[in-house]
Design a protein around this ligand. Sequence first.
Ligand SMILES: O=C(O)CCC(=O)C(=O)O
Ligand SMILES: [Fe+2]
Length: 242
Amino acid sequence: MNLAFRAASEAAEHQRSDGGKGRRVVVDLGNESQVVHVPRFLLFEDSWKYFDYLNKHIPWTRPTIRVFGRSHIQPRETCYVASAGLPGVAYSGYKPHAYSWDDYPPLKDILDAVHKALPGSSFNSLLLNRYKGGNDYVGWHSDDEKLYGPTPEIASVSFGCDREFLLKKKPSKKFQGKKGEGERPSKRPKMIEHPDQHSFMLKHGSLLLMRGYTQRDWFHSVPKRAKAEAVRINLTFRRVLE
Ligand SMILES: O=C(O)CCC(=O)C(=O)O
Ligand SMILES: [Fe+2]
């Protein structure tokens, strides 16, 4: 498996538009999986206001989760917000309490901005994460729970400390796309066309969207970083199917 790394901003398949603010980088992962990165999604000052609000008002908890049959304290803090009447979400044996959007009105403003930036999207739930320093992380996983459907869109907004977000292709035996499907014929070697790992620096006020078959075919993670001392808050907006 090719594990060559390539910074998102350098990949040849990126489409760039709108040179400065609002610039979007679309990364085609192959086989109908895509990531869209908007490095300057929210205004810098607004983003600090949201950061301060969320840091102070969200009831952050560090739940016990189960990984490969063993209990662990989750290596980051978390909270969950969802529209009324949705089926409950569970991950790693943990069922978070669903708070209401009305409990934290600024979240509705961020949700509106996300909907505006991504026409056609309609998110109804939000998983929040707080990384208190470089020792907090999220390990390799995919958000492929059935209640999000086969091709979930997940929109991730980041505040505070810059952290690296990695994507790694799942082993090919789990690869469910038909052979050759979605691939453009190319004379260039596949590893250049679609590398098996990607890295994004998720900065304060940025937006990252995963879509298509990204959850089925790829893992993602935010690894530990010794030098990241400051707090990072990340919001992942999702749509639970009703
Ligand atoms: O913090 C991030 O950027 C990613 C969080 C994540 O992958 C998740 O909550 O499922
Ligand atoms: Fe995730």
